[in-house]
Structures are given as structure tokens and as C-alpha cells.
Design a protein around this ligand. Structure first.
Ligand code: SAM
Length: 215
């Protein structure tokens, strides 16, 4: 069974991710390694390597593998980096990042979702990922600045506090737009300025909080 999952993972990386243009070898290697089926509800494990998001309870989702890969590549993670993720969900994106970087802080709004993510992360044995329950639209100033910030829920605009928590040269990746359709944008800090580029259209569940949507 584990061998079948490992094979499904290799095929996922080749056909859904590399074939569509993601080329960062660190990202591809991490996604070949992280057992995605351990981040979805047990009855959905056989669908874990499909080309789509999946429900994880509480009306939340684990993102499509390709979108996880694209966002991770946009973040340009380096081994020594410290990363902040907003929207822990299943913990899968954090686990992928945790394979690449030194430390990941991940904030989740829903306590039961965060608790399940902690169990998932424990099951795959990660030591450099910290899950925090709270409103991620405020960031996590006590551990700032971060080399990268990744927002994995749809924001009406980039929450203002997050800009202050990006290190010089750091990246901030977020889906920004309406509640139903967003543009995936990547901001890179250059001193007091940000260079912005847009990747294209995505659809995420809403970011709910002080600098997000109303619940
Ligand atoms: N990155 C996740 C993964 O790998 O499974 C997928 C994230 S899911 C698409 C979006 C998550 O963002 C949900 O779990 C939701 O509860 C969370 N969320 C929404 N608003 C939030 C906020 N203000 N702070 C922290 N988490 C939030």
C-alpha cells in the first residue's frame, strides 16, 4: 500500500506539476517525499494524489497539489529560511515547506482544524513546524521578520500587518481578489518597496479575520 502511494506521488509530481512548468527541484523533491495521503480524512486517502483539492472538514480544504507547488515555487524557499504560513488547514503545505526550510510558523483560525493538522504533522514526524491558533490576518509579529509569508486563503487585499513582517529580500505570496476568484500575487521586498508580480487565477476558501473577510 505504501508503495502504491509512493508511486502515486511520483506520478503526481511528474504529470500534474513538472509537466505544467514547475521546475524548482527543491519543491519537486519535497512533494515527492511528503505523504499527502496522511493529510486527508481516512476515507479520502485513495483520492489524495488526484489533481484537485479535497475537503478536510469544517468547510475547509487541502489545496490542489499543483497549486501547492506553484505557491511554494513563487515563495523561492531557501534552506536557511524562516517562513510564516497563514491558513494551516491540513498541515500539508507546511510539511512541504518544512522539508525545504529551517523553520515554519503556521497560523490557523479554527482550533479543531489546527489540532488535526498537529496530529497529521506528528504522524509524518516534523520537528521544525509550529502551529498557532489565531487570526493570521494579523501575522505573527512575535517571530517576525520572515524570509517568506504564504497566505493559503483568499484575501480581499493583502493584510497590511503582513507587509511589515517580511524581511528585506523576502517574498509574500497570496491569493487576492473576490471571495470566489482571486489573482495569485507575489510581492518581493526591496528595502521600503515591494516588487509585485501576478501568476494568474486561483480559487481559495476565504481568509476570515480583522484584515480579511467577515465570518
Ligand atoms: N494550507 C492548507 C493545507 O495545506 O492544507 C490549506 C489551507 S485552506 C485552503 C485555508 C485555511 O485557512 C483554512 O483552514 C481556514 O480555516 C484558514 N483561515 C481562514 N482565515 C484565517 C485566518 N484569518 N487566520 C488563519 N487561518 C485562516
Amino acid at each position: 500500500m505504501e508503495q502504491d502511494f509512493a508511486q502515486a506521488r511520483r506520478l503526481m509530481v511528474e504529470h500534474q506539476i513538472r509537466a505544467r512548468g514547475v521546475s524548482n527541484e527543491r519543491v519537486l523533491a519535497a512533494m515527492r517525499e511528503v505523504p499527502r495521503h496522511l493529510f486527508v480524512p481516512e476515507d479520502l486517502r485513495s483520492a489524495a494524489y488526484g489533481d484537485h483539492p479535497l475537503p478536510i472538514g469544517e468547510e475547509q480544504t487541502i489545496s490542489q497539489p499543483y497549486i501547492v507547488a506553484v505557491m511554494t515555487e513563487l515563495l523561492s524557499p531557501e534552506p536557511g529560511d524562516r517562513i510564516l504560513e497563514i491558513g494551516t488547514g491540513s498541515g500539508y503545505q507546511a510539511a512541504v515547506l518544512g522539508r525545504i526550510v529551517r523553520e515554519v510558523w503556521s497560523v490557523e483560525r479554527i482550533a479543531s482544524v489546527a489540532a488535526q493538522a498537529e496530529r497529521n504533522l506528528e504522524a509524518v514526524g516534523t520537528a521544525n513546524i509550529h502551529v498557532v491558533v489565531g487570526d493570521g490576518t494579523l501575522g505573527l509579529p512575535e517571530h517576525a521578520p520572515y524570509d517568506g509569508i504564504i497566505v493559503t486563503a483568499a484575501a480581499p487585499s493583502v493584510p497590511e500587518p503582513l507587509f511589515d513582517q517580511v524581511a528585506d529580500g523576502g517574498r509574500l505570496v497570496a491569493p487576492v481578489g473576490s471571495r470566489h476568484l482571486q489573482d495569485l500575487v507575489c510581492y518581493t521586498r526591496r528595502g521600503g518597496d515591494f516588487v509585485v508580480r501576478s501568476w494568474g487565477g486561483v480559487a481559495f476558501v476565504p481568509l476570515i479575520g480583522t484584515y480579511g473577510w467577515e465570518g
